[in-house]
Design a protein around this ligand. Structure first.
Ligand code: NDP
Ligand code: 2IT
Length: 446
């Protein structure tokens, strides 16, 4: 390892003990940025890297709520307000039993660079809770959301901090959170994104991350005169991002052969067509069932406790969670002829896996670039809320598509090496950094 990175990471680890995912995210970024900063000493003198890795504010709070039996439950709530140099804090809320400070700090840190790449004026933040929505009734989820917002409301605002969804937080949860915010503040504002279309939401926001990651994959493929049409695609996850990535890949003529959840994956060699996708959407968004039921219904193979990376594919889209592709998985993907990895999830590839992809010189699009379509469209929802005018589906989709092309162009600009290989990791990290760093310098010691 570069001794400068080693020294920086020793400081980060000492200041943030036990926060492994945060260390991982900071290390990946610092490997790109430290050489860049050496060449651009104004960032070094201003200690931008040291400042950018320290949240502006961290809020941790108790969330008590009553379950259906009348028993008291206690969860922990968080909001990491990471960086506001280029706009209000912006980023999702995750409700999952694994949520802790280190995971949310990694997500908030990534969000700063991602939001900068979108070209829209949004700072970075992330929040959530160790609350597990699985197996809870709608009423329990509502009571939890109301209690969570009863503390969070004092820290957020349309011009201050604008949360949205992430794992375990979809339309239902955003509705309950928004309702409680409105009661407490007596204000109808764009304080959350991912709202319902009847009450301030944007068309295409539900689709945006999955569509965006597919647009990004198409851009990457076009650098090698390739396209989605005719390609076999392995997708992990079966939630929001996975569903709409499956839809868009299929629309563009690709064949999605896998879908998964935390219990296992299904392999459908004929492809998940629109009718089968409708079944997954009903299963996951309404019945809240397990992906195994797909295998029972369509008589395809189900692999309990496994991830889909052993299935031969041209394109892999990890759309579930962090560190879901390890070094071994990456080697198998490359060996099986995978030419493109586009990350719908945040940090789904371990550092060892990333190294395999970069060494093999395949097209590797890291999450902070490839999945930025979700937050970008949240930014477009904020714009529409400010104007008090909604845009059509076509208008939002067109803007999303343009933004994904621009993010790709930024990665090409900052990531192309002397041999012509586009290192999208460097491209996204440096491209996202410059705007935030310049804004921090301009605003003085804040
Ligand atoms: P959802 O909650 O809608 O779906 C998550 C999916 O991933 C589910 O299929 C879930 O399975 C699976 N999953 C979650 N945790 C794990 C785990 N520990 N191991 C295996 N599988 C798991 O979330 P989203 O689709 O919104 O988010 C997916 C990823 O995309 C996350 O990394 C998120 O940060 C990222 N992302 C989301 C954006 C958005 O707009 N929603 C924007 C950009 C990135 P199960 O149901 O069994 O838990
Ligand atoms: O990781 C992400 O970019 C999100 N979960 C979406 C954040 C947002 O504010 O829309």
């Amino acid at each position: 390892m570069d001794p400068r990175v080693q020294q920086f990471m020793a400081m980060i680890k000492a200041r943030n003990p036990g926060e492994n995912e945060f260390h991982q995210a900071v290390q990946e970024v610092s490997e790109s940025l430290i050489p860049f900063i050496e060449d651009n000493p104004k960032y070094k003198h201003a200690k931008i890297l040291e400042r950018i890795a320290e949240p502006e504010r961290t809020i941790i709070f108790r969330v008590p709520w009553l379950d259906d039996k009348g028993d008291i439950q206690i969860n922990r709530g968080f909001r990491i307000e990471m960086n506001s140099a280029i706009g209000p804090y912006k980023g999702g809320l995750r409700f999952h039993p694994t949520v802790n400070l280190g995971i949310l700090k990694f997500l908030a840190f990534e969000q700063v660079f991602k939001n900068s790449l979108t070209t829209l004026p949004m700072g970075g933040g992330k929040g959530g809770s160790d609350f597990d929505p699985k197996g809870k009734s709608d009423n329990e989820v509502m009571r939890f959301c109301q209690s969570f917002m009863t503390e969070l409301f004092r820290h957020i605002g349309a011009d201050t901090d604008v949360p949205a969804g992430d794992i375990g937080v979809g339309g239902r949860e955003i509705g309950f959170l928004f309702g409680q915010y409105k009661r407490l503040k007596n204000e109808f504002t764009g304080v959350l994104t991912g709202k319902g279309i009847e009450w301030g939401g944007s068309l295409i926001r539900p689709e945006a991350t999955g569509y965006g990651v597919t647009y990004f994959a198409a851009e990457m493929l076009s650098t090698r005169d390739e396209c989605i049409k005719g390609k076999t695609v392995c997708i992990s996850g079966s939630g929001n991002v996975a569903q709409y990535a499956t839809e868009k890949v299929t629309q563009l003529g690709g064949k999605v052969v896998t879908s998964s959840d935390s219990n296992g994956f299904v392999y459908d060699p004929d492809g998940i067509d629109p009718e089968k996708l409708k079944f997954i959407m009903e299963l996951k968004n309404v019945k809240r069932g397990r992906i195994k039921e797909y295998a029972d219904k369509y008589h395809v193979e189900y692999f309990e406790g496994k991830t889909p990376w052993g299935i031969k594919c041209d394109i892999a889209m990890p759309n579930a969670t962090q560190n879901e592709i390890d070094e071994e998985d990456a080697k198998i993907l490359v060996k099986n002829g995978c030419i493109c990895v586009a990350e719908g999830a945040n940090m789904p590839s371990t550092p060892g896996a990333v190294e395999v992809f970069l060494k093999a010189k395949i097209l590797y699009g890291p999450g902070k670039a490839a999945n930025a379509g979700g937050v970008a469209t949240s930014g477009l929802e904020m714009t529409q809320n400010s104007m008090r005018l909604p845009w059509s589906r076509e208008e939002v989709d067109e803007r999303l598509h343009t933004i994904m092309k621009n993010i790709h162009a930024t990665c090409v600009k900052f990531g192309t090496g002397d041999d012509g290989f586009i290192n999208y990791v460097n491209g996204a990290n440096i491209g996202g950094f410059v705007k935030v760093a310049n804004a921090m310098i301009a605003q003085g010691l804040v």
